[in-house]
Write a protein that binds this ligand. Sequence first.
Ligand code: SAM
Length: 367
Amino acid sequence: MKRSYQQSSSSGPPKSKSRHNPDGDAFLEDESTKIFAKKVADHYSARTNQTLEEREASPIIHLKKLNNWIKSVLIQLYAKRGDAVLDLACGKGGDLIKWDKAKIGYYVGIDIADGSIEDCRTRYNGDADHHQRRKKFTFPARLLSGDCFEVRLDKALADDAPFDLCSCQFAMHYSWSTEARARRALANVSSLLRPGGIFIGTMPDANVIVKKLRAADGLVFGNSVFWIQFDDDFSEKKFKSSSPFGIKYKFHLEDAVDCPEWIVPFSVFKSLAEEYDLELVFVKNSHAFVHEYMKKPEFIELMRRLGALGDGNQDQSTLSPDEWEVAYLYLAYVLRKRGQPEQNRTSTRRDKGKMHLEKEDITYIRS
Ligand SMILES: C[S@@+](CC[C@H](N)C(=O)[O-])C[C@H]1O[C@@H](n2cnc3c(N)ncnc32)[C@H](O)[C@@H]1O
């Protein structure tokens, strides 16, 4: 039975008036939720592609490389040849090469930021890759622009599902502004994954953020590359377990992020996911993730190639302590959709995608 977390929230977060309809289907959003979703979309849409030189000069270049390593490890662990992949909040398509290396069979990417989807399209086509011109991707693709934490995706993607793997990298926390959005996010993942399908992701680690908040003098903390600021509403630094949604903070990461985000208490995420038949395989803070997978030769070699810790040769540069502290703010998770995989899964879905995407091929889904 679905439980609503908002029943006893007479004070404290969330301030939002959104409500989960216990019947399950109708979700109402209030204006402030829409405004914040638009703020997030505008922020990411406005971020332009960097040249290789600009990227290498970034104060968080090694953190970006470390995050790419974490995503690559997740993809290498769970993506199989021929898989149909759904990339929720795909951004500018920064993971396309990783999917290509995993030899997936079909890719659907969706993001709320129109500008990012357009960049993803050009990157997929190989027209304007800012890193290098590369050979064509080997999998057909489809791109959509829309709010994947608000819109029902099962209808928009009826011809593309079921997916073998769903990925949501550094984005699930944007769904946690209200219970309705958090549920929509998980309902979308669950309804689109096949039984036995895998959901991989990365998001902020609420335990670490709250611990740092409590250790700080005021409501702001950070270092040379990031700061996090909570509103006065949270001056007591206490969070009710009955109100786990809408705990907003402002996140600034040099050369990357500057927008509102929401705390995702992992225990709530885990139990809400179970309501949608998604069972936890593992969760690991990024530090523990690095320690665990840096024991394996293939991932040590991948780290060397990506250069997150420097290239081990003449290059003396490496991840700074401040970047390593930012890495600690994140965790990686893997969930599995309950049920047994079907023996003979039909794969007509790859015919739905194209190998070259025109502007008109992008589907705009609006609520
Ligand atoms: C930190 S970026 C990560 C992008 C990509 N997943 C990656 O790892 O490179 C967060 C992304 O989430 C997207 N996003 C935020 N809210 C969203 C929503 N409601 N629906 C779809 N995408 C959303 C942003 O537009 C942005 O591209």
